[in-house]
Unconditional design. Sequence first.
Length: 164
Amino acid sequence: MDQFSKDIIRRQFGAAITTMENAIKACPDDLWGKESDWFAFWYSASHCLFWLDYYLTPDRKDYIPPAPFGLEELDPAGVLPPRVYTKDELLTYLNHGRKKCNETIRNMSDELAAKQYKFGQFDISFAELLLYNLRHVQHHAAQLNLLLRQQCDIGSKWVISTAD
């Protein structure tokens, strides 16, 4: 994969991660663990960050998320984490994902980009999975920003690009 393409993808992926970071930081404590009609704020952020990390792992058979996070997201029964994670824990996980994302993209070879990824309904190349992952992060960042707007009238600025 050429450097020009890597830089564009890395900056736009970084913008999606920063959008998620801004939503997490903006969430008031009284909304953090509150259940809405379809999810809790903290859980949507946790779910997103787990899959960000997992999808950036080329060899997932031995994947273990960093403590205190577990593998509940992989359980087909829909098991939730054992407790509500704190903002600090999720921001640490987000920074772990940001660093892993940057390193993965910077070091991506044509061979890794073309490697097929098979998991459930997926049968796509690692490069396409990378773009899927970016879209997934942006989807949940938008979801959390909508909840912030609806519940607290808190808005966030558009993130054009990132340098990291």
